[in-house]
Write a protein that binds this ligand. Structure first.
Ligand SMILES: Nc1ncnc2c1ncn2[C@@H]1O[C@H](COP(=O)(O)OP(=O)(O)OP(=O)(O)O)[C@@H](O)[C@H]1O
Ligand SMILES: [Mg+2]
Length: 170
């Protein structure tokens, strides 16, 4: 069970080996550092709209990975002074979580392919950005494994909106 507002209180100690624990910690640390650096240099504004009362059944580390990848993209493909919003809302028996940015956007031609493994829109641009083109393929796989679906909307030069659904807990 995963509450949107209080993830830290829900945390159970994972049974992992020492080696895995260290690795996860290191990787998370690096991500946070990178995000912070980007946040500072790009002067991004973050907004959150998360209701208290939505509860979902999830594997918490997997959903953190999903949100991490989407937010990582939003930061990476934003311009200076950009705005990134994270929101959640009820949609029937599902919770829809959405990450919105007003960054560089994705063309109509590239948009249907962004969840494919190794697909990167605008190859020349992507080379400078770093990354492998696996982030969204992982997002799609993890969300579907939880019984949800992913969706991407975007307009070149205007921004992007990535969202996914997860079944609500009864
Ligand atoms: N928020 C976004 N704004 C603009 N383009 C995006 C956004 N998110 C994804 N894309 C496009 O979709 C492509 C695929 O995204 P994905 O996260 O799978 O790969 P990546 O970010 O290039 O690399 P990785 O996630 O493996 O570090 C990106 O290369 C980029 O062209
Ligand atoms: Mg990515």
């Amino acid at each position: 069970m995963f509450s949107l507002k209080k993830p830290s209180k829900q945390k159970k100690k994972p049974k992992k080996t020492k080696y895995q624990k260290k690795k996860t910690k290191q990787r998370f640390g690096r991500k946070k550092q990178k995000a912070k650096k980007n946040q500072k240099t790009k002067k991004l504004i973050f907004e959150k709209r998360l209701p208290d009362d939505l509860r979902i059944h999830v594997n918490t580390p997997a959903i953190h990975k999903v949100l991490g990848n989407l937010i990582d993209n939003a930061i990476k493909y934003s311009l200076e002074g950009g705005k990134i919003a994270l929101s959640a809302e009820k949609e029937g028996d599902f919770c829809r979580m959405t990450v919105t940015d007003n960054g560089i956007g994705i063309s109509e031609k590239d948009l249907p392919h962004v969840f494919e493994r190794f697909y990167r829109a605008d190859k020349a641009r992507s080379r400078h950005m770093g990354g492998t083109g696996l982030g969204l393929a992982i997002v799609k796989h993890l969300v579907q494994a939880h019984g949800g679906e992913v969706e991407a909307r975007s307009e070149l030069g205007q921004g992007s909106q990535f969202s996914f659904t997860l079944p609500l807990a009864e």
